[in-house]
Every structure is written in C-alpha cells, then in structure tokens.
Design a protein around this ligand. Structure first.
Ligand code: LIP
Length: 267
C-alpha cells in the first residue's frame, strides 16, 4: 500500500514535470524542426525537442526527488535507491510532433517497487491532462472519467498503432485487414499514451498495439485501468511490448481472443 503523502507528492511532481515539458514543446517548437537522429529504422526518429523535453523532466525530477530511479525513451536510465522509478516518454507521438500534427503527449509514470502508482499524460494541443493514482480513479482536466460500457463487437471503435520495422508493419497490416470488417472502425492516431487515455475517457471503445515500450504505456495503462478498463497482453499475460490490449470488460475479452487468434502478438 502506498501512503497518502507519497502518493500526493508523486502526483504533484508528475503533473508539474508534464506541465513544464508540455509548455516547452508547445511554445518552443522550432518552425524548421527536423530529425536529429534515427533509432531502430529510418522512420523511427528523434528530434532535438524529444531530447530537450527529457532533459527538462529529468532535471526537475532530480531536484524534487534525487533518490528516485529514471527510465526515459531518450536514454535516461538510473536505478535510484528510493524504490520509486520514473518512466518517461518526453514526446509520445514524435512523428506527429515532427509534422506539426496535434496528437502528441508527454507521458510520465511513477512506479513503486515496479508497480505503477501514478500516471500523468499531458496533451497540450488538446488542452488536456489526464492522470490517475492507483486505486483512486482516473481524471481528465480534473474531472473523473470512466470508459464506455462495452458495445456490441461490431459497434466498437478500436485504436491501434504500428511499429517502425517493415516486417512488423506488414504483419500488423494483416491483423488490421482481418479486424476492420468485424468492428465499427479503426483509428490510428499516433500516440499510444493518448489512445489509452481516449479509452479511459470513452473516446475509443478499445485499443491494441504490438511493439510498445514501457514509456509508451506506463502512465496511459494505469489511467485506462483506473477508468474501469481491463488491460493485458495475450490471454493471461500482462500488457507488454509483445501485445497491449485495453478495453472495458465485455469487449476486452473477445478483442483479446480475436487478436490472439489473428497472431497480433508476433511479427
Ligand atoms: C509511438 C507510439 C504509437 C506507435 C508509434 C510510436 P513514440 O511512440 O506512441 O502508439 O504507434 O509507432 O511508437 O515513438 O512516438 O514515442
């Protein structure tokens, strides 16, 4: 059990870090923003703003909570000694940010002994910040949110995303091809953290993706669960890079089963 003062402190620190990074990214985006580097492929890009935002966040966290561990998409990695580890995606939806599309976010989660206890996702271009504290519900712009009740499967609006490697993208395309005729529609918005928060807010009925990293889902998955959604991977497995599924009970189970049968968990 996480004590009250610690929960309150972790939430306040995460909200302020996300606010500061979101402000930098929204107001400081260079008009001529380009690709600073690539990672797993030529389309897996990093900008100077990803790096700057992660530095802003990690410097702030080091001031506020110097004994905590860090794991960030752009390289932050320290063990810490407090039992708290911050899991940071400074820009989730980097390609959207690079192109000037609005669907990007700052995702910050605090884990205590490996369990996410606080999650914050700031979506500056939406003017919204989503947050959750373990066992205390999910909030969007300060208002309590709940996921939609499960619709009939063929009425479900499902979000997803794709990786950066050609072989994986080809396999993911086959899964979408099989799924699309069975559901209301598919949305591919480009930020896993926002997709998970959209499940929490009832703006998507469900979401799935293969190939996410911990920083993509750590905060958003907690927010989705605290809004009443189930999250997981293959049947019986937790949500992971192998497969991430999030949806309200009643939709989660048939979606998870179909995705497993379609091989959404492998390339
Ligand atoms: C992104 C994810 C998104 C996925 C993209 C990319 P990034 O994270 O949030 O769901 O479909 O391919 O991985 O790289 O922008 O932090």
């Amino acid at each position: 059990m996480t004590d009250r003062p610690l929960k309150d402190e972790l939430l306040a620190v995460a909200l302020e870090a996300a606010r500061r990074a979101g402000e930098l990214l929204r107001d400081g985006r260079p008009a001529d923003l380009g690709v600073a580097a690539t990672k797993t492929s030529s389309i897996d890009v990093v900008t100077e703003m990803d790096i700057a935002a992660e530095k802003l966040i990690t410097d702030f966290l080091a001031e506020e909570r110097p004994d905590d561990g860090l794991l960030g998409e752009e390289g932050a990695s320290t063990a810490g000694s407090s039992g708290v580890r911050w899991v940071i995606d400074p820009i989730d939806g980097t390609v959207n940010y690079l192109y000037g599309l609005p669907s990007w976010s700052v995702s910050i989660a605090a884990e205590l002994h490996g369990e996410a206890v606080v999650g914050v996702v700031a979506a500056p271009m939406r003017g919204e910040t989503y947050h959750a504290v373990l066992d205390e519900g999910a909030y969007a712009a300060g208002e309590r949110v709940r996921c939609r009740p499960a619709p009939a499967f063929d009425q479900a609006l499902i979000g997803t995303g794709f990786g950066y490697l050609t072989e994986r993208r080809a396999a993911q395309a086959e899964v979408v091809r099989a799924l699309l005729p069975r559901v209301r529609d598919i949305r591919r918005a480009g930020s896993a953290a926002i997709d998970l928060c959209d499940v929490a807010c009832g703006r998507l009925d469900g979401y799935y993706e293969r190939g996410l990293n911990p920083w993509d889902f750590a905060a958003g998955a907690l927010i989705a669960r605290e809004a009443g959604a189930r999250t997981g991977g293959r049947p019986g497995d937790p949500l992971s890079g192998e497969l991430a599924v999030a949806a309200p009970p009643g939709l989660f189970e048939p979606l998870q089963e179909l995705l497993d049968n379609l091989g959404a968990w492998h390339d």
